[in-house]
Design a protein around this ligand. Structure first.
Ligand SMILES: [Zn+2]
Length: 137
């Protein structure tokens, strides 16, 4: 699943996300690999549950970006109740244990000062590619 497909699926499932333009063509919500897709779905589902239980409007939430930064998943959100920030922080911590590429159990790796969460398999694959390009000697 590429980034575009991931983002389209999220919009289908969570209709309150509104980062698409009128032609449904602008992709600007998710900037990470699809190994975190399930994590994102769980996070958005929790946010939905909190809002529904309080009878609040999900559409009022400003969800700007879900991205990989310094290796972990970070969600840029505003105009929401404090519980949402707690959920987002919890999933940021959770992402440290989930491979961003394939979704398997992973850990934070440092490849040439570049932080990323990878399972052993994806980590070695990545290292091999770096090695090939002469970036690691
Ligand atoms: Zn992996």
């Amino acid at each position: 699943m590429d980034r575009k497909e991931m983002e389209c699926r999220l919009h289908e499932r969570f209709s309150w996300l509104d980062s698409l333009d009128e032609q449904n063509s602008v992709l600007g919500l998710v900037f990470c690999k699809s190994g975190w897709y399930n994590l994102i779905c769980e996070m958005l589902t929790e946010i939905e549950q909190v809002y529904n239980s309080k009878n609040l409007q999900l559409k009022s939430i400003d969800l700007y970006e879900i991205k990989e930064k310094y290796g972990t998943m970070q969600t840029d959100v505003g105009n929401c109740i404090p519980e949402v920030y707690e959920i987002v922080e919890r999933y940021e911590a959770k992402s440290e244990g989930v491979c961003e590429v394939c979704g398997a159990e992973g850990s934070l790796h440092d490849i040439d000062e570049w932080l990323m969460v990878r399972c052993e398999k994806c980590f070695h694959e990545r290292k091999r590619r770096f090695y090939k390009r002469g970036l690691i000697t």
